[in-house]
Ligand binder design. Structure first.
Ligand code: FAD
Length: 497
């Protein structure tokens, strides 16, 4: 067994881990920092843009780890998966027989898809570049797929897939329940029946393929090399994909159609049958159009669909297993490592950030955790600062980015901005909604409570994000303005200048 000692160790080469390691390496240039990661490529934030006080936009690049080591001479990237943690002894063990001692540790091991069922070759999850490529390969021969889930990945997927019929099973009454309400869903639904606008051919996110054991700069994913099995035969997950993960890969099925999406509302998968099991079951005689499919999904709404494969896009489970045995981490209800307002877990000298952790502090009434790219970056950065403050015996306040939830993304080719309690989360009946909608153009919703703005959903080029962000942050009493707040003939920006 080889032993190594570092002052700071960060586990995970995703956005949270890389941001945390960079923060530590730059703040302590003479300290040894290690970034331990299971995947051969790391994720790096680039083109970072602060859009407003809390809204941020950036691109993410997959890069060989050497890029990080060149930038920070005191940072070592070790490609080896952690298999055990001994929190009392401050040591980690990796699958390659390394024993790593740390003074402070930050766990940023992300999450993995919460699959409907394990080990079914007809059920796919999408998480990292490899799984996205596998999906693309299978889709190219598919005539019909069933997509299960109602979060961001499912939303993007059903919109992007062409040339293949999509049966979309959502457990809620409306699509996109995680991100918005039924009104916004109604606004977006027509996009599923229209042809997608042509995209610019270039992919703004640089990607790399792996050649041999070391990562080298190479072709974009769209270049098509089959990397399945090339990844050292390991089961360890790569980093989570993020915004525009589908750019540069063609999501085309085997048929000559554009969009063909049927939404099955309020339905989940009850049972999955192989072709043979299905034929032997009573369902075969009860199902109108049985066809001949490799797999069949029986939904809770009573319908059964045959398909080429099923995509399980029902969220993620935090990757905590290697760290739990023998230790006593406090876990949250969603199985994440519970962290306090300094990103500290319940074990001494161990911090956590990104998808693997769950915010355990009393949050601001305008913020909630969502496992998103932006929060992974913010948490990784803040965790690094907290670790540094701890070492230097300095005090540190919860960062401003946790004051107001804010997120910019794209759904169905519309710009989407979400602010604060955009869905009235936790407000119950104590909320008033103002909505303005122009079909095919924009959807604006504000959530008010006691006359103050607590949240907003902005779809389309509304140009309202900064003004609304200010109104939410300053908690001004908006009662005198009433519905005028959304009057399209009033320049709201001038109004509140
Ligand atoms: P990850 O990126 O998952 O990184 C975890 C790292 O830990 C990886 O490098 C992995 O190899 C490593 N690791 C795991 N286990 C071990 C171990 N035992 N030992 C060593 N290393 C280990 N977010 C958005 O904001 N907008 C979007 O549009 C969006 N779209 C998405 C689309 C898809 C298909 C997916 C899957 C996610 C999407 N997300 C999106 C979510 C976003 O990508 C994640 O929230 C974010 O990337 C999480 O970052 P992370 O660093 O916490 O974890």
């Amino acid at each position: 067994m080889t032993e190594k000692t570092f002052k700071f160790v960060v586990v995970g080469g995703g956005i949270a881990g890389v941001t945390c390691a960079e923060q530590l390496a730059s703040q302590f240039p003479s300290a040894d920092v290690a970034l331990l990661t299971a995947a051969p490529l790391i994720k790096a934030v680039c083109n970072f843009k602060q859009v407003s006080k809390t809204l941020e936009e950036f691109d993410v690049e997959e890069r060989p780890s050497s890029v990080l080591e060149e930038k920070y001479p005191n940072l070592r990237v070790i490609q080896s998966a952690v298999k055990a943690l001994h929190a009392q002894q401050h040591t980690l063990q990796t699958v390659d027989g390394l024993e790593i001692h740390y003074e402070k540790l930050c766990i940023c091991s992300g999450g993995r898809p919460k699959l409907l069922t394990q080990d079914n070759p007809y059920v796919l999850g999408i998480r990292d570049t490899d799984s996205a490529q596998e999906f693309q390969k299978r889709l190219s021969k598919a005539r019909r797929i069933v997509v299960v889930g109602n979060g961001g990945i499912a939303l993007e997927l059903v919109y992007e897939v062409e040339g293949c019929e999509v049966i979309w099973a959502v457990k809620d009454k409306a699509i996109g329940n995680t991100f918005f309400d039924a009104g916004a869903a109604q606004f977006l639904i027509p996009s599923l029946d229209t042809d997608k606008p042509e995209r610019a051919a270039t992919c703004k996110r640089a990607r790399y393929t792996i050649e041999g054991p070391a990562a080298t700069q190479g072709l974009a994913v769209g270049g098509g090399g089959d990397r399945q099995g090339q990844r050292r035969g390991l089961e360890e997950p790569g980093s989570a994909l993020g915004p525009d993960w589908h750019e540069g890969i063609s999501l085309r099925g085997a048929e000559e159609v554009s969009h063909r999406v049927s939404v099955e509302y309020q339905s989940e998968v009850k049972q999955i049958y192989t072709h043979q099991d299905f034929l032997l079951s009573p369902l075969a005689s009860q199902t109108a159009d049985t066809g001949s499919w490799p797999v069949y999904a029986q939904l809770t709404n009573g319908k059964t669909f045959g398909c080429d494969f099923i995509v399980s896009a029902t969220g993620v489970v935090p990757n905590t297993e290697p760290f739990l045995q023998g230790n006593s981490f406090a876990l949250a209800e969603d199985s994440g490592l519970k962290v306090d307002d300094h990103m500290m877990t319940s074990e001494p000298d161990i911090y956590a950030a990104g998808d693997v952790c769950t915010a355990g502090w009393e949050p601001s009434h305008l913020w909630q955790q969502m496992r998103l790219w932006t929060q992974a970056r913010q948490m990784g950065w803040y965790a690094g600062r907290c670790m540094a403050a701890d070492v230097l015996s300095e005090t540190i306040e919860l960062d401003f980015c946790f004051e107001l939830f804010s997120h910019i993304t794209k759904f169905f080719n519309y710009k989407v901005v979400l602010l604060g309690k955009f869905n009235g989360q936790g407000l119950g009946l104590n909320q008033e909604l103002l909505v303005r909608c122009t079909k095919g153009h924009e959807y604006v919703k504000v959530v008010l409570s006691g006359g103050r703005m607590l949240g907003a959903v902005l779809i389309g080029e509304t140009d309202l994000e900064e003004t609304f962000e200010n109104l939410i942050l300053n908690q001004m009493d908006l009662t005198p303005y009433g519905e005028e707040l959304l009057n399209p003939n009033i320049d709201i920006e001038d109004y509140f200048d």
